[in-house]
Write a protein that binds this ligand. Structure first.
Ligand code: ZN
Length: 176
């Protein structure tokens, strides 16, 4: 008999990391739909579409070249088609460094041959759509930056309060 999936835990850490991402994303542009997706595929010209980092045709995701957490936005010029292996391996690292690095499942570690050509193609893509990544510090004005700092501080305090409550409760009830 096949049972339903065991509920996965939402850890305090995962909750706050989601909140941090939502905060970051709420302070940036999101102008990317099916039409923009089509323009990206046309720019790279592969049919069927392929992962811009390794050439795999198992394109599973749209990846942010500059990660949301590094100030990247969801706009033409910052979104590329990627396979799952590349997207999971890349995380928030700059794409060029990551592609040529030895981190597990990077294009270089997987023996992708034409990395230099691929890097140049991605750079041409950034240029074509005129995307210049600007971090939050450059996009927010002084007052907004102060508000952001205050929110981050409150999040930190809140997180510590939640962790302390959870810890005390688990100690009292021997939940470990
Ligand atoms: Zn890939």
């Amino acid at each position: 008999m096949k049972l339903p999936r065991i509920p996965s835990p939402v850890t305090i850490s995962a909750g706050f990391s989601g909140l941090g991402r939502a905060l970051q994303e709420s302070l940036g542009a999101r102008e990317f739909g099916a039409e923009e997706g089509q323009r990206v595929i046309e720019f790279f010209g592969a049919d069927p579409p392929e992962c811009v980092f390794c050439g795999s045709q198992e394109v599973a995701r749209w990846d942010h070249l500059v990660a949301i957490m590094s100030g990247g936005e969801t706009v033409l010029g910052n979104i590329v088609p990627a396979c799952q292996a590349c997207d999971d391996s890349k995380r928030a690292e700059p794409f060029e460094e990551w592609m040529l690095s030895d981190v597990p499942r990077s294009p270089k570690s997987r023996g992708v041959k034409d990395i230099d050509r691929r890097v140049k193609r991605i750079e041409a893509y950034l240029q074509h759509f005129g995307y210049t990544p600007r971090c939050l510090e450059e996009r927010l004005d002084k007052r907004e930056l102060e508000r952001l700092a205050a929110i981050r501080w409150r999040l930190q305090v809140l997180r510590e309060d939640i962790e302390a409550l959870s810890c005390d409760y688990r100690a009292r009830t021997s939940l470990g």
